[in-house]
Design a protein around this ligand. Structure first.
Ligand code: UDP
Length: 261
């Protein structure tokens, strides 16, 4: 069936598809850009051809690149290297946002755009490659924790349940088309995160410093004033609580794997 013939079988479309871990999207950069842009066009076409369907785009804090404004508000346009190794994801997602707003202006499609900050939690893959799962898996195995660069770069980590609540609130809200930051404003250095995970797991892991990948953003923290005001949403799960739940999950799957051996 051609995409234009897809008939309405739903009221809502969540366009969440795209690898989001730097090591995975950088392994297939052309496919990543295609997923972001062709995926946006295909899902927007379905929404356009089926009146009454509302469509939500999982956008990203990567829209802001290596931000010169801190914390980031939605009206900040970002600072992205268009030819670097992160561009396939950043520019793909930026272009997808453009498509969403143009389908809204040109065809009246009912859009929602969430700019998702770093999110973690149970059921991440052990080989996901992002920082929380890498650090927890290393700590549970008492292996070295790999901090890239000096570890003074910052991120703000949101627990998955809070993010799901935020996405559902945004989808259900009756608001004008506009991007909305979703994330936890609790900003931490990567070194702090490593130390926290070592403590929470009672691990004997040591911290090892590795090279910093190019274009790695120096800091990142959402301003969530808009989400609080329009969606009455804010994260409720602390980093410590969320990490404990995630540690329990990875501990469980590692136990399973070792019992099967
Ligand atoms: N990072 C790290 N060690 C790892 C994985 C990531 O020090 O094993 C750092 C990475 O350089 C970045 C931050 O942790 O500064 C968050 O990386 P992640 O890949 O989770 O997501 P990003 O926010 O960079 O897309």
């Amino acid at each position: 069936m051609h995409i234009n013939e897809a008939k309405k079988e739903a009221d809502y479309i969540f366009n969440l598809a795209c690898p989001a871990s730097p090591c995975h999207y950088q392994a297939q950069p052309v496919e990543t850009t295609k997923t972001a842009i062709l995926g946006a066009i295909n899902t927007l076409e379905i929404a356009k051809n089926n009146k009454g369907v509302r469509i939500l785009q999982a956008s990203t804090s990567e829209i802001y690149g290596d931000p010169r404004e801190h914390p980031q508000k939605e009206d900040y346009w970002g600072y992205v290297n268009p030819t670097g190794i992160r561009a396939c994801y950043d520019e793909g997602k930026r272009c997808a946002e453009t498509l969403f707003f143009d389908y809204y202006r040109e065809y009246g499609v009912d859009i929602r755009v969430a700019r998702i900050y770093n999110t973690y939690g149970p059921r991440m893959r052990a080989d996901d490659g992002r920082v929380v799962s890498n650090f927890i898996c290393a700590a549970l195995k008492n292996e070295p924790i790999t901090v890239y660069g000096d570890g003074l770069q910052t991120r703000s980590f949101c627990y998955v349940d809070d993010m799901v609540e935020g996405l559902l609130s945004l989808m259900n809200a009756d608001i004008q088309a506009q991007p909305i930051n979703l994330g936890n404003p609790d900003e931490r250095t990567i070194l702090e995160l490593a130390q926290m995970i070592v403590e929470l797991t009672n691990s004997s892991s040591v911290i090892e410093h590795h090279g910093l990948p190019s274009d790695d953003p120096v800091k990142r923290q959402p301003d969530i004033t808009r989400a609080k005001k329009l969606l009455d949403w804010k994260p409720t799960i602390s980093l410590e609580e969320g990490l404990m739940k995630t540690i329990q999950y990875f501990d469980g799957i590692m136990l399973d794997t070792s019992q099967k051996k």
